[in-house]
Design a binder for this molecule. Structure first.
Ligand SMILES: Cc1cc2nc3c(=O)[nH]c(=O)nc-3n(C[C@H](O)[C@H](O)[C@H](O)COP(=O)(O)OP(=O)(O)OC[C@H]3O[C@@H](n4cnc5c(N)ncnc54)[C@H](O)[C@@H]3O)c2cc1C
Length: 315
């Protein structure tokens, strides 16, 4: 069963853009370095935090301290900020590992992304510049470790039958990576004087390629809530301000966690009943342009209450 989402079905332009992490990081670091209000502390780790009624003190590498009215924990799935603030999390492993690499291929991809759903997990082929694509290939973890241990030529031999021949001959370019996959959802996005964002609040399965996008929406929402609070003369770290941020983002993030978890369970298996259910679901989406457009707009991040920064407006 095939399902095709075409951005021409919506008016807002491409469904998404593929941006290589290395370019994104370089651009973000450059922007941060150019902002005199931000001090970059490289190779420094937050080791402790103490909440007081009017602020929070962070300890860096067990020695230096920083004090502020609000600490934002953007420290990923194993967030120490969340742990120190006593925020619990729901977490489980999918027993899958994503193998990630870039391939060169003979034929052009025409800017089309593909995702093949196979019992051990999805295989995503995502267009990059030139005749190159990023592969995010999920396998059961034990099998992924065995594949990852293979030399490049044999690794490609395992990939080829899964990938198919529609882009011609394949070759590997650059290093290969692997990421164990799991869900990690914080019970709360806030605690006194603390806000969590990105994977620190919600680490999800990459099946929909939405993790970083959701994190960027958190950033934009928190920035807007803080900017509005400061304009009104409020303390940006007080409970009422943090509650506004949590109210804005929590439902979206919990829904994303639930949707990615359900998609992965529905698609990464060979159960005949589930196969029938997903074939019927896909047939319905194919037959109903309105429903298909809803999916495209959702994946493109065009739905919901978008923060000003996400709409290209100033804070
Ligand atoms: C295989 C794969 C494919 C993906 N594809 C997509 C995609 O196509 N689109 C998409 O939107 N998302 C995708 N994602 C998800 C995306 O990668 C994550 O959502 C995103 O990287 C999370 O960013 P983050 O900054 O919140 O957390 P992280 O990237 O985990 O960064 C956390 C940072 O905090 C730092 N840190 C941790 N503890 C401390 C401490 N004590 N002191 C100081 N610093 C600390 C860490 O060093 C790290 O730099 C994918 C994920 C995977 C695994």
């Amino acid at each position: 069963m095939f399902m095709h989402f075409d951005h021409a079905e919506i008016e807002e332009g491409p469904m998404g853009h593929m941006v290589e992490d290395r370019h994104l990081r370089r651009a973000l670091l450059k922007a941060v370095a150019a902002d005199p209000a931000i001090t970059m502390l490289n190779d420094t780790r937050v080791t402790d935090q103490t909440v007081e009624p009017t602020g929070i003190t962070l300890t860096l590498d067990g020695v230096k301290t920083l004090r502020a009215r609000l600490a934002v924990g953007a420290d990923g799935r194993g967030s120490g900020t969340a742990e120190r603030a006593g925020i619990k999390r729901i977490a489980w492993s999918y027993g899958q590992t994503a193998l990630v690499c870039v391939v060169d291929h003979e034929k052009p991809h025409h800017g089309i992304a593909h995702q093949f759903f196979m019992p051990p997990g999805p295989l995503a082929i995502l267009p990059l510049t030139g005749n190159r694509s990023l592969i995010v290939w999920s396998e059961a973890s034990a099998n992924a470790a065995a594949i990852n241990a293979l030399p490049d030529a044999q690794y490609l031999d395992v990939l080829r039958p899964r990938f198919g021949s529609f882009l011609g001959e394949l070759s590997l370019t650059g290093p290969r990576y692997s990421y164990p996959l799991g869900l990690s959802l914080a019970h709360s996005m806030t605690a006194p004087r603390v806000a969590l964002l990105g994977d620190a609040a919600h680490g999800v399965h990459p099946i929909a390629g939405q993790g970083l996008n959701a994190g960027l929406r958190d950033v934009a929402a928190l920035a807007e809530v803080i900017a509005d609070a400061v304009r009104r003369g409020e303390d940006p770290g007080n409970d009422a301000v943090l509650a506004r941020y949590q109210e804005w983002r929590r439902f979206d993030n919990a829904s994303l966690a639930l949707a990615t978890d359900s998609f992965n369970r529905l698609f990464s298996n060979d159960n005949a009943l589930l196969r029938l259910a997903r074939d019927m679901g896909m047939a319905a989406i194919n037959a109903l342009p309105g429903l298909r457009r809803t999916f495209i707009r959702e994946a493109a991040g065009l739905t919901g209450d978008l923060p000003r920064l996400m709409r290209g407006k100033p804070l």
